[in-house]
Design a protein around this ligand. Sequence first.
Ligand code: GRF
Length: 218
Amino acid sequence: MKSIVILISGRGSNMESLLDAVDSGALPVSVAAVISSRADAQGLTTAAKRGIPTQVVDHRQFPRREDFDAALAEVIDALSPDLVVLAGFMRILSDGFVTRFTGRLINIHPSLLPSFPGLHTHRRALDEGVKVHGCTVHFVTTALDHGPIIVQAAVPVLDDDDETRLAARVLAQEHAIYTQAVRWLADGRLQLVDGRVRLDAPQDGEGLLTAPRIRTGR
Ligand code: GRF
């Protein structure tokens, strides 16, 4: 069975949905640890309550990004995971870190990349008046929020949406596609080959884009 570490910085709902999938048997991985860049991350408490080992690598203790990344890499390497899962991890990682874990480092981003990289994606989507929004799981590369796309989910943007409502609709899809992507990796069916995503033997109905029916997303 493959082992993963999950990196968080806050609430940890994506982490929690992965842990739920592990507990239910839907996701055949062992979670070696949850690591947070902040000591006050709510997700740390959630993970600890569920008996998952937790560690903090506090970014504020490291004046230079490279030093923080080196400390983080050391903690991860000691656990020798097959996969490093960024789940609401709010630090930009240096090129050295990303290169070291290329092909086994994935992220979830709350927009349909390449639209809206960076922060405040839901507000920006509403400001732009887009009709379709969503989320993306991608391999992490040195280009911020721009790695090879593994899977996306689209949701409608409704006329009376506000940021909170839209974020909740997207988050429900984040939980679904992140579990799906990690399962593909756990099963050894998903790889990064020459910078492109390869999913072996897709089964009926198994897609790299999921789109719930329009107007049912509330
Ligand atoms: C999610 O929307 C994730 O896509 C983004 O930050 C949010 C984190 O939420 N990177 P949570 O900590 O997983 O609840």
